[in-house]
Design a protein around this ligand. Structure first.
Ligand code: SF4
Length: 766
């Protein structure tokens, strides 16, 4: 069909990028131009029909505000470099050349099947992405396990929040990024933001911190750099990279020493305190100062702010999580919350600020190596039986858990010889990227579905041009666990198909005519059944409810089973749902303590007479999701990074993000305005380091580790510790930060250590 507006009225939808999933509306712009007519035009003389962004103030998370990435996202829809036809590598020329969809899908089916036949099913791998909709994540996981019969599937979300997820599971028995609505952040008394630069990664969220401070609350930011976010803080602690765990232990030590433990809470709602307490007591403040570089008086100040407030929160992001001890590091911060009674209570708790758009939902529906839909565990017999029944297969036919993302990439060309990749660009985003590049090159067969010819797609044997966010419908689950509906505002351009259509076509070629519909809502209906009764229960969520309620928080079972007409409005500890990790059904946008119960949502439950469940904005208020309902302390101790500085590599490298780019930059590097704002990588370093090295502002600096070297201009700044340099990772080429990073993995979450490795600096050629 034509690439034309689905209708002429503005369509409510959400940003394609980060986990805030800001609400926006898209108004189609006619072919004769208009503000949405982005520069360029479609390749091949295709008519340009764009969309323009219209403010959507009613959506509660961002209330109309957008950052530059979201505001300019329509430009990628009409980008000159967008893929609009499949490409197949020709054996004679060795080049990617245009092909029909028939030929492209035939080639992929043949490539995957012949590899499986020759080397076994686990020789075929699948790599997904945290930006894929819930429906895609679900279909991809099912495709891998049912059609390909492989255990080898994981996704780039492993690089995003896996440590927080593992720590969440360990402490609370359930992992939802934020166990409360983001709006609660503005109403608590003190927020400790650990390793998050949200002023650049998700600017509209900054408003909640501003409101917090306006209401008299305090903000503590923990970051080795004085970022735009740290500038907002009442107290900025700048630990040496890789020592966030020790920092949390030092704070907990002071909490104990100053008699600020909430003994009653610890006694009633937790387990494991004696061991955790002993570990913290071994980290006395002076020792912690030596390890972290944070002076003892600042530690004391932080404890005072945190404990003096009536309620407080700890929010982590990639800083503490992307470490080879990420799970324990997050665990140490959770310990601090538990010891002070700051969890499972209104306006208090621990939360993770997920990164990717569907970082949350992407891990709940089966593209993670160890997980089945509904956030069920792949090695749990009951979970296997439930999902197998929905899929119409035998539980024994489902493979077991596979390798984690980096381990999967590391096995390419060896144990895993063919790969289907969707929604990811690991050649830029994976650690030790030059090695990953050579592993990708050594594959027998690589197929990539993407919207542009990313660095990874350029290596493929077959490239499939797929639809973008504004051209297809699907659900996303934001950082709060709020399930949202992205709606199509345009039909895809000719030659472009959706990821779901691709999976449907491949499944059919591999003998599965049924079970892989191309329609998102049809898949969502199956996802509801597959998730029913699981930790992330979506069975009560429908497209209609999401549309009417502006999102529904999971867990949301299909109905409240009690005969009491009140029950839909007040899911409490006495309800049958007390068995699941819920507690509170008060509206997300009002304070939980004093507010009236939630209004009953529309009754479109499939079961007449039953009460629809309201969804669960706030978790754990009555009990945690562990077997005994108690939160578990983690007995964690400090340990060094996998690679500490030495004489040869004396400086620490930490990596991160900038305001105008998103992840591997595959989309945002193709937007003129964003490229102007952030044209390339840089090396941020302290004047003392710059002087020792003899480089001036803007001079090229080589950052060299045991894995390789990256070169970028110096940006000299006092906003960073003198023992540390920083590089943003959004670019390929000579300035690719991930050439240098360390793939050492966390033993629990299998998260690589993006945030700390040892490097030396050299002057480089301009
Ligand atoms: Fe999009 Fe995130 Fe920016 Fe919001 S903050 S507009 S979701 S990139």
């Amino acid at each position: 069909g034509e690439h034309s507006p689905a209708s002429s009225a503005p369509v409510d939808t959400h940003c394609p990028y980060c986990s805030l999933q800001c609400g926006m509306a898209l108004r189609p712009v006619p072919p004769d131009g208009g503000p949405g007519d982005a520069p360029g035009g479609r390749p091949g003389g295709v008519e340009v029909v764009g969309v323009e962004v219209v403010e959507r103030t009613a959506f509660p998370v961002n209330r109309g505000a957008l950052c530059g990435k979201g505001r300019t996202a329509p430009a990628v829809l009409s980008s000159r470099v967008r893929l609009t036809e499949p490409l197949v590598r020709r054996p004679d020329t060795g080049r990617l050349e245009p092909a029909t969809w028939e030929e492209a899908l035939d080639r992929i089916a043949e490539g995957l099947e012949s590899t499986g036949r020759a080397y076994g099913r686990d020789a075929v791998g699948v790599f997904g992405g945290g930006g894929l909709t819930n429906e895609k994540a679900y279909a991809l996981g099912k495709f891998a396990r049912v059609v390909l019969g492989t255990s080898q599937i994981d996704y780039n979300g492993r690089f995003c929040m896996s440590s927080a997820a593992a720590a969440h599971q360990r402490a609370f028995g359930l992992d939802r990024g934020l166990p409360f609505p983001l709006a609660d952040v503005a109403r608590t008394g003190c927020v400790v933001l650990v390793g998050s630069n949200l002023a650049e990664t998700m600017p509209p969220a900054l408003r909640y911190l501003t409101e917090l401070k306006e209401a008299g609350g305090r903000l503590i930011v923990v970051d080795p750099r004085r970022t735009r976010t740290a500038e907002q803080a009442d107290l900025h602690l700048a630990p040496r990279p890789g020592t966030d765990l020790a920092l949390a232990l030092g704070l907990l030590h002071l909490v104990v020493a100053e008699g600020r433990v909430d003994e009653e809470f610890v006694e009633r709602r937790t387990s494991g305190w004696p061991e955790a307490r002993a570990a913290a007591m071994a980290h006395w403040p002076e020792l912690v100062e030596r390890i972290t570089g944070v002076p003892v008086p600042e530690l004391r100040k932080a404890v005072t702010m945190f404990c003096d407030a009536e309620s407080s929160m700890v929010l982590t992001a990639r800083g503490p999580e992307q470490q080879s001890k990420g799970t324990d590091t997050v665990g140490a911060w959770i310990n601090l919350c538990l010891a002070t009674g700051r969890a499972g209570r209104p306006l208090s708790g621990y939360g993770c600020l997920t990164g990717q758009g569907n970082g949350q939902g992407g891990r709940e529906h089966g593209q993670k190596a160890d997980q089945l839909p509904g956030y069920r565990k792949l090695d749990d017999p009951a979970a296997r039986a439930h999902v197998a029944a929905v899929w119409g297969v035998e539980p024994d036919d489902l493979p077991g858990p596979g390798r984690s993302a980096y381990e999967l990439l590391d096995a390419l060309g060896q144990d895993v010889r063919a790969l289907l990749l969707m929604g990811s660009n690991p050649l830029v985003s994976a650690p030790r990227a030059a090695h990953v590049e050579s592993r990708l090159r050594s594959l027998d067969f690589l197929a990539v579905a993407d919207v542009v010819l990313s660095e990874t797609a350029a290596l493929a044997d077959v490239v499939l041009p797929v639809a973008q966010w504004a051209e297809e419908t699907g659900t996303m689950t934001n950082l709060e666990g709020r399930v949202l509906l992205r709606r199509a505002a345009l039909t895809p351009p000719p030659g472009v198909r959706t990821d779901l259509w691709v999976l449907s076509g491949l499944a059919a070629r591999l003998g599965w005519e049924k079970g892989f519909p191309a329609d998102a809502e049809e898949i969502f209906e199956e996802l509801r059944r597959a998730s029913a009764g699981g930790p992330a229960d979506y069975s009560g969520i429908t497209y209609r409810r999401i549309a009417e309620e502006d999102g529904v928080f999971w867990p949301c079972p299909e109905r409240v089973e009690r005969d009491d007409p009140e029950s839909a409005e007040s899911v409490s500890a006495e309800s049958p749902l007390a068995d699941s990790p819920l507690a509170d059904s008060t509206p997300a946008e009002s304070p939980p303590a004093e507010s009236p119960p939630a209004a009953s949502p529309p009754a479109d439950s499939m079961n007449a007479g039953a009460h629809p469940h309201p969804g669960t904005p706030r978790l754990f208020l009555d009990r945690f999701a562990t077997d005994d309902g108690r939160a578990r302390f983690a007995p964690v101790s400090h340990r060094p990074a996998a690679e500490e500085p030495d004489a040869e590599y004396p400086v620490l490298l930490t990596t991160g993000r900038v305001l105008a780019q998103y992840q591997s930059g595959a989309q945002t590097r193709r937007v003129g305005e964003l490229n102007e704002a952030a044209p390339g990588p840089y090396v941020q370093l302290h004047p003392l380091l710059a002087e020792r090295l003899g480089v001036d502002e803007g001079a090229p600096v080589a950052v060299v580790s045991r894995r390789g070297r990256a070169v970028a201009p110096a940006r000299i700044s006092r906003d960073i510790r003198p023992d540390t340099v920083f590089m943003p990772f959004h670019w390929a080429g000579p300035g690719r930060a991930n050439t240098v990073t360390n793939p050492a993995l966390d033993p629990v979450s299998r998260m690589p250590e993006f945030k700390v490795c040892a490097v030396r600096l050299e002057q480089a050629e301009g």
